[in-house]
Design a binder for this molecule. Structure first.
Ligand code: SF4
Ligand code: ZN
Length: 304
């Protein structure tokens, strides 16, 4: 039996990059501590803030909600869960049920906002409207979700929006941006570069996805079993598999890339290089005259 490095119990998880073995309890504590450290390092939450935790029903967001809920009991901030219903038939219903039950059990208020109410169209309808356009399902969906979360945050009076994005998500997004020539976005990847209100925070940004999966498993967190039908349409799944196989052979590779992304982000911001402007229609951050949300909605509705 391999013993936990922190107590006398049997180790349930071994961190390959450090060799540290931990029992379930010590592992869960280490994830909660790491999350708290990230929040404090980047000053993500201030005393008295109301944090809207974006909860999709997946493992990352439910794990984040659990940890933020525990943290809010001993710190001076409040939380509310916000869920976005994209309108994907046969997919979202299971997740909404899981989120509602999970929030009820924790005693956390949960608010649901739908694309249908906010944009007058479900994602299913938007995908039909896109016609021959080459926008991927996930790029339309992600664009609308960003705006939906902003609306949700303002509606609940939140100061901060917390999402469950982990370290893997960050490096995947970095590579996707590089492959599409979106270099301006590098400046926004530093967690300390927040300028918007409500601010966007990713308290899991320094934690591997595999560790969040194990945290969810060992804490019996229920999560959606049905994957989104559009999940494999974009390049993200291939990039995820590439990074996973790299990490398998070269432990710590993902973390090294993450640290490099942070350095590049700071260099981009400090160089005075243009890292983005403000949308002329809605005032949100963008890289041109009109932000991607406004231009996507206008295009889909045939107003451009
Ligand atoms: Fe939206 Fe793509 Fe996620 Fe499905 S996989 S919910 S289409 S972003
Ligand atoms: Zn232990």
């Amino acid at each position: 039996m391999t013993k936990c490095d922190m107590c006398e119990k049997e180790a349930a998880y071994t961190r390959k990059y450090s060799g540290q073995g931990l029992c379930s309890g010590c592992f869960s504590n280490s994830i909660a501590r790491k999350t708290a450290k990230t929040i404090s390092k980047y000053n993500m939450i201030r005393s008295g803030d109301l944090v809207a935790v974006a909860v999709s029903g997946g493992k990352d967001s439910l794990a984040l909600l659990k940890i933020m809920h525990e943290m809010s009991a001993s710190h001076n901030f409040g939380i509310v869960a916000v869920t976005i219903d994209e309108g994907i038939q046969g997919y979202r219903d299971e997740a909404l049920g899981i989120v509602r039950e999970f929030c009820d059990n924790l005693g956390v208020k949960c608010m649901v906002y739908s694309y249908a109410d906010l944009f007058d169209m479900t994602l299913d309808e938007a995908l039909v409207l896109r016609g021959e356009e080459k926008m991927s399902s996930c790029s339309i969906c992600g664009t609308l979700r960003r705006r939906a979360l902003d609306v949700a945050a303002k509606d609940v009076g939140a100061d901060v929006v917390a999402t469950g994005h982990n370290l893997d998500d960050t490096i995947q997004t970095f590579l996707i941006n590089m492959l599409s020539g979106d270099t301006e976005r590098i400046g926004w990847m530093d967690p300390g570069a927040q300028t918007s209100h409500p601010s966007r925070i990713k308290p899991f940004c320094e934690i591997y996805e595999a560790e969040i999966v194990f945290y969810a498993f060992t804490n019996d967190i229920p999560f959606q079993s049905e994957p989104c039908p559009h999940m494999n349409e974009g390049i993200r799944t291939e990039i995820r598999e590439f990074f996973n196989s790299l990490e398998d052979r070269h432990s710590g590779a993902k973390n090294s890339l993450y640290q490099s992304v942070l350095k590049m982000s700071r260099i981009a911001r400090n160089s005075g290089q243009k890292v983005g402007t403000v949308c002329g229609r809605c005032g949100s951050k963008c890289t041109g005259e009109v932000c991607s949300v406004c231009s996507t909605v206008l295009r889909l509705k045939g107003q451009t």
